[in-house]
Each structure stands twice: as C-alpha cells, then as structure tokens.
Design a protein around this ligand. Structure first.
Ligand code: FEO
Length: 171
C-alpha cells in the first residue's frame, strides 16, 4: 500500500512534533526535579516516555508501508518556568498544537481516501482528547485548591499518584 507524498510529509512532521513533545516534557521533568516537585518530575518523565512511544508508532507505521520514516532534529526546549502552573499551561499548549496537527492529517487522509492512515490516526485523535483533558483538569486544581505552598504540595502529590498509576489509567 502506498501513501501520498503529502500524507508522508505530514506524518514525518508529526514525528518532529512528538519528538519535540518528548524532549519538552523531559525538560519540564528536569525543572520539576531541581525545583523540588518530585511527584511532578516523575509525572513528566513518564509523559516524556509516552510521547516517545507516539513518535515510534508513526515511525513504525511509515516503515511498515515501505516508506522510510525521517528521524528529525529538534529544537532545544525551554527549561525555565515561573511556576508549576506556568509549566502545566505550556504542556497544555503543546498538546493543543499536536491536536491541531493531527486533525489536519485526518483531513488529508479523508480527502485522499487514505482509509488505512485514517484508521491509524483514530488512536491519536482519542489520545489527544485524553491528554488535553488531563492538563485542563490539572489547571483547574490551582483554582480549586489554591496556589500557596501547601496547595502546590497537594498538586505535586496528585501528580505523583498519577505517575505511579498503571499505564492505562495514566494514558
Ligand atoms: Fe503525542 Fe501528547 O502528543
């Protein structure tokens, strides 16, 4: 089975986005670790791994079609944040960018009647709903619990519990 050059380019670009997301979460995890947010650090290290698996899914998909996936260079992610809330806002923004790119790919697949890629992308569409909801819910916690040291400590503990949860629950 073949895919169009346009679809291939979009999937290659998605590999860049997933690799960048993985690196960005790694930088966030490092920031959390040195700032003393151990739970959040574990959470974002795990998130970084998850993004790597997304990247690999696309690479395997392309390679299995017999069209060699590109392995990209990525920009150095920022590793400076004003607060944990600021960091989570950035994470949500990242996810929104990824979601948009996935929706564009779905539209290309629909237009080209590329049913295989369309079905392949379905998993990513659902995953993005979960990822955005996850960060939106976390951001609501700051409004609900507060932003003082005790509140942030509570939020850090919640992230630690999420990081320790089985992969299915944390997806
Ligand atoms: Fe794979 Fe969270 O985007």
């Amino acid at each position: 089975m073949k895919i169009s050059p346009k679809m291939k380019k979009a999937l290659d670009d998605q590999v860049i986005l997933e690799a960048s997301a993985s690196n960005s979460y790694l930088a966030m995890a490092s920031w959390c670790e040195v700032t003393g947010y151990r739970g959040s650090a574990n959470y974002f290290y795990m998130q970084s791994e998850e993004e790597r698996t997304h990247m690999l899914k696309i690479i395997h998909y392309l390679n299995n079609l017999g069209t060699l996936a590109s392995v990209p260079a990525t920009k150095t992610p920022t590793n400076s944040y004003k607060s944990l809330e600021d960091l989570i806002k950035s994470a949500l923004k990242n996810e929104q960018t990824v979601t948009k790119a996935i929706h564009v790919m779905v539209e290309i697949a629909q237009k080209e009647k590329d049913h295989s890629t369309y079905v392949f992308l379905e998993w990513f569409v659902n995953e993005q709903v979960q990822e955005e909801t996850k960060f939106e819910t976390l951001l609501q916690k700051f409004d609900l619990i507060g932003r003082d040291k005790l509140a942030i400590n509570e939020i850090d503990k919640m992230l630690a519990a999420d990081a320790a949860a089985p992969a299915d629950a944390a997806a």
